[in-house]
Design a protein around this ligand. Structure first.
Ligand SMILES: Nc1ncnc2c1ncn2[C@@H]1O[C@H](COP(=O)(O)OP(=O)(O)OP(=O)(O)O)[C@@H](O)[C@H]1O
Length: 673
């Protein structure tokens, strides 16, 4: 139980009356509420501790930070306490809502420059204070800039903040991958040398663009693509032509923040002296301009949610395919999450085009262009409308991958397999090779061979995108570790965790269906617990696993799944030999494709930035491929020798049996004589 401030805010839920919901984040819902004894309207952030599991550390950190800080531009908590299995954080009610809400409700094209300057100066004052006290906010974005009715601006959400002066775990946390991809500084993504306050300056620059355009750069792309583009492309910025309405000083301020080398970015203190902020007005200006005509926050929040639901219903045809639904859910879900960078970098290179992930927008956006790129909002970020694609959304620095990728069989969703959690029904139900546990090996093999012969590489086949088969349990629906989880597109179920922590929050009871057979649940749990296939990280609704990348696990699974009713491991091993050969062949082909693509991306980019961006890591792929191939051929050889040993054993058994028979006959003869 914690309490700060002069006013004594009660630490008992009975003393508060919860009103409407006014916000929703990855980890919590926020309500307007009345503090009955003080007769004061407050905001209460409600976190379900039962679903937070091991994320308690993160929550404690957020609350502690919120209570200790003391600056007019930083949202400070009044108090916090637990009630049942919920943690309530009581804070001042910011009736204007977040800048993101305001943009979505009334300013889809972004704000005017004086408004931006005013907002940003207040945020920057908050950063100067936080940095001076050793905090890195790590999640600066429009969604975390809150306004009061009088125009007061406060930076909120310390869910992922880190302290520069901390030792131990918190210090280590600065080497982790935290934040929201579009706003994330390249050095945070790279995780090479850790990062410092300057990471907030990058996010501040991205937030400036978000306020100017109504959405953050790259926001319509999936996180992996955002990673690749942030690392590989020139930094985003204000464009001379497109952003004519903005001043030179604004362009310069943004450019100063969005420098890839953190050392070259100004400190928050220095940035505050930039002449752009001379355009800033007093906070009341915000109340007069952007807040004046807005409906109450609760109504706005409800309208936005309804619009979002409508949008999804109207575009149902687009999302009828579960794959689209998963991707939509996934785009909507990116808010703040951690993941394994290496896995994602590898997966990002496989995303062939964005027509599926960009909500049916220009499928040919990977056109060759020069100069700076710009952006467009994702369904999650941009105001909801059914408008035509924005032609200005060209990505200048993205090479034309169409031809190269056309040959690649994997669709984005499948490309993510291994990074996220997936239910089997997210995957193509017509998978010829591994769909059905009761399918015979020879059947599988012949269908696989047919597919290969026909050159069928349509990307619809999970077996092709991930050639290693998964455990099959005859007669049961399977829960597999793979790509995106799709519970319900309208369900804000969220699971949060970052390595050592896990947190989930579901507003509606549309949880993943665990009511299936126990056997199948155990199987899934077992897979999660296996060291080789363990969930590496969990954040948002996503999980990152290593199982999919580890042939050993899948081989083991293969042995289990194919052993069927046979009791002899030797016999089951021998029976899977043809399948193993088929898999090896497929795997090799796909790995070669991947390698070609990585090479292609590198050559087309040809920029020094890309070398910085972890090319060396990507170059590890061929050596891994070679090693994996060697290992796999060793496995095959071993299987072959096991197979011949089995045959030899059978021969010896037959011989033995015949000899025994002869011996018995001789003995009987002997006895008679
Ligand atoms: N004090 C407040 N007054 C009014 N609205 C608020 C307040 N605090 C939060 N909100 C609203 O609730 C939303 C979610 O809150 P918050 O960001 O703290 O949750 P979260 O789970 O930490 O979110 P995320 O991790 O996605 O940033 C905010 O974006 C904002 O719109």
């Amino acid at each position: 139980m914690e309490q700060v401030g002069e006013k004594k805010f009660p630490l008992n839920a009975k003393d508060y009356k919860l009103y409407e919901e006014v916000g929703e984040g990855v980890s919590a819902t926020v309500h307007r509420a009345l503090c009955i004894p003080l007769n004061e309207i407050v905001a209460i952030k409600v976190l379900d501790l039962e679903k937070c599991n091991n994320d308690l550390d993160g929550i404690r950190r957020e609350v502690q930070t919120m209570i200790l800080i003391d600056h007019p531009n930083v949202l400070r908590a009044h108090c916090s306490f637990t009630t049942g299995h919920h943690l309530w954080v009581v804070m001042p009610y910011m009736a204007g809502g977040s800048c993101l809400h305001i943009i979505k409700s009334a300013y889809p094209e972004g704000f005017e420059e004086p408004v931006i300057a005013t907002l940003l100066r207040e945020v920057l004052k908050a950063l100067v204070y936080l940095h001076a006290h050793g905090h890195i906010h790590r999640d600066v974005k429009a969604g975390n800039i809150l306004l009061d009715t009088n125009g007061t601006v406060k930076l909120a959400d310390f869910g992922v903040a880190a302290c520069m002066f901390d030792a131990g775990d918190r210090q280590r946390s600065r080497n982790t991958f935290v934040g929201t991809p579009c706003w994330m500084a390249p050095e945070v993504m790279q995780q090479l040398h850790g990062y410092d306050f300057k990471a907030d300056i990058w996010s501040f620059g991205i937030t400036a663009l978000e306020l100017a355009h109504g959405h953050a750069p790259f926001s319509k792309y999936p996180p992996m693509k955002v990673l690749l583009m942030t690392l590989q492309n020139a930094p985003p910025g204000l464009d001379y032509e497109r952003d004519k309405r903005f001043s030179k000083s604004f362009r310069e301020m943004v450019a100063a923040c969005l420098v890839k080398d953190p050392k070259k970015r100004p400190s928050s203190e220095k940035l505050l002296k930039h002449h752009f902020f001379k355009h800033a007005r007093p906070p009341e200006y915000l109340a007069r301009t952007i807040l004046d005509q807005l409906p109450p926050l609760g109504d706005r929040f409800r309208m936005l949610k309804a619009k979002e639901a409508d949008f999804l219903v109207q575009n149902r045809s687009l999302y009828e395919d579960k794959e689209h639904l998963s991707q939509q859910e996934y785009i909507r879900g990116i808010s703040a999450w951690n993941f394994n960078l290496e896995d994602l970098k590898n997966q990002a290179a496989l995303i062939p085009d964005t027509d599926e992930v960009s909500n049916g927008e220009d499928p040919h956006m990977y056109r060759k262009q020069s100069g700076r790129h710009d952006d467009a909002g994702s369904p999650a970020e941009r105001p909801i409308s059914n408008s035509a694609p924005d032609d200005e959304d060209g990505l200048n620095d993205i090479p034309d991958l169409d031809n190269s990728l056309a040959a690649f069989p994997i669709k984005p969703l499948q490309a993510l397999k291994g990074c996220f959690d997936v239910r089997e029904d997210d995957m193509d139900a017509t998978s010829p090779c591994w769909k059905d546990g009761v399918q015979s090996d020879s059947d599988k093999l012949s269908r696989k061979a047919e597919d290969q012969e026909a050159g069928r590489n349509d990307g619809e086949n999970p077996g092709q995108s991930n050639p290693l088969p998964r455990p099959a349990i005859p007669g049961h629906r399977k829960m597999l570790s793979g790509p995106l989880a799709q519970d319900s597109v309208l369900s804000p179920k969220k699971v949060v965790g970052d390595g050592d922590r896990e947190h989930s929050q579901s507003k509606y009871p549309t949880e993943r269906n665990y009511s299936g057979p126990l056997q199948y649940r155990q199987k899934k749990d077992l897979r999660e617990d296996m060291s080789d296939g363990a969930v590496i990280q969990r954040r948002g609704r996503f999980k990152v696993t290593s199982a999919e990348l580890n042939p050993k696990v899948s081989m083991n699974s293969l042995f289990n799944s194919h052993s069927g009713g046979l009791t002899s491991p030797i016999l089951s091993a021998a029976s899977v030999l043809p399948s193993l050969q088929c898999i090896l062949q497929q795997n090799t082909m796909q790995r070669e494709e991947i390698f070609k693509l990585i090479k292609y991306v590198e050559q087309s980019s040809g920029s020094a930035d890309f070398a910085d961006a972890g090319t060396t890591d990507l170059l590890q792929v061929p050596s891994t491929t070679v090693r994996e191939r060697e290992l796999q051929s060793q496995v095959i050889q071993l299987q072959q020798s096991i197979g011949s040993l089995v045959e030899e054993l059978q021969r010896q058994k037959v011989k033995n049996f015949q000899l025994e028979k002869k011996l018995n006959a001789l003995l009987k003869k002997d006895e008679k004589t």
